[in-house]
Design a protein around this ligand. Structure first.
Ligand SMILES: Nc1nc2c(ncn2[C@@H]2O[C@H](COP(=O)(O)OP(=O)(O)OP(=O)(O)O)[C@@H](O)[C@H]2O)c(=O)[nH]1
Ligand SMILES: [Mg+2]
Length: 220
């Protein structure tokens, strides 16, 4: 089962995106050590859960189709900061690269929930370094380990509500579907943020492409 909270409606992104070009989205996974960032990434890329992932930091490219449109996801599976940086640290390079964040904690690890809380604050305070209002999805992972739960669903949901983030509780170990929902919901929010950023120019774009269609008809 997946618990979900949508921070905003989805309608505007669908209205604002007119053309059929391939769309790219850079997605950064953050969170404390051992919470399942790599498990989520690998589940999304391969539909599989393989158990152990090692200490690898990578950026993966993955093509997908959403609503008949080709999407290229670039997914940065980060490692918890080493080199003496504090656990919630996010580099400027990461902030500038990403179009959307997935912040992962484990429902059995309260310290990892606190790291996500810090990271939400950092992202919200770093507005000037981000290209636009960059969407965040908070993910409580390891939902299959109910007997070891130390963070309630309610706490996760409240944190998300307070900072205008999406929220899911999932088990990367048990289901592919929940992971898919996380990435697709974030992609919807990214499209929405881009459409909002475009503002009136987006509308001009629509008018331009309509006149191109009418123009072509007249010459046929
Ligand atoms: N029970 C359970 N275990 C999981 C789940 N997701 C990941 N794990 C396990 O948790 C451990 C850590 O998973 P990783 O995906 O390597 O975690 P990570 O956040 O990438 O860890 P670092 O890269 O070291 O920061 C592994 O042993 C996984 O098998 C889950 O949903 N349920
Ligand atoms: Mg990892």
């Amino acid at each position: 089962m997946v618990v979900q909270l949508n921070p905003r409606t989805r309608q505007s992104s669908k209205i604002m995106e007119g053309n059929q070009q391939k769309v790219e989205a850079n997605i950064l996974l953050l969170g404390a050590e051992n919470v399942g960032k790599s498990a989520l990434t690998v589940r999304f890329l391969t539909r599989r859960f393989i158990g152990e992932y090692g200490d690898i930091e990578s950026i993966y490219s993955h093509s997908d189709k959403i609503d008949g449109r080709d999407i290229c996801f670039n997914i940065w599976d980060s490692l918890c900061p080493q080199n003496g940086e504090e656990p919630g640290y996010i580099s400027d390079r990461q902030l500038q690269w990403t179009d959307g964040f997935i912040l992962v904690y484990s429902i059995c690890d309260r310290a990892s929930f606190n790291v996500v809380r810090q990271q939400v604050q950092r992202i919200r305070q770093a507005k000037n370094k981000l290209s636009s209002s960059t969407p965040i999805i908070i993910v409580g992972n390891k939902r299959d380990l109910q007997h070891r739960r130390t963070v309630s669903s309610e706490e996760g949901r409240l944190l998300a509500l307070s900072a205008d983030c999406g929220f899911f509780e999932i088990s990367a170990a048990e289901t592919y579907h929940g992971v898919l929902m996380v990435f697709h919901e974030l992609f919807d929010l990214i499209r929405e943020a881009r459409a909002m950023k475009k503002g009136p120019a987006g509308f001009k774009g629509i008018v331009r492409s309509m006149s191109a269609v009418f123009g072509r008809k007249r010459t046929e």
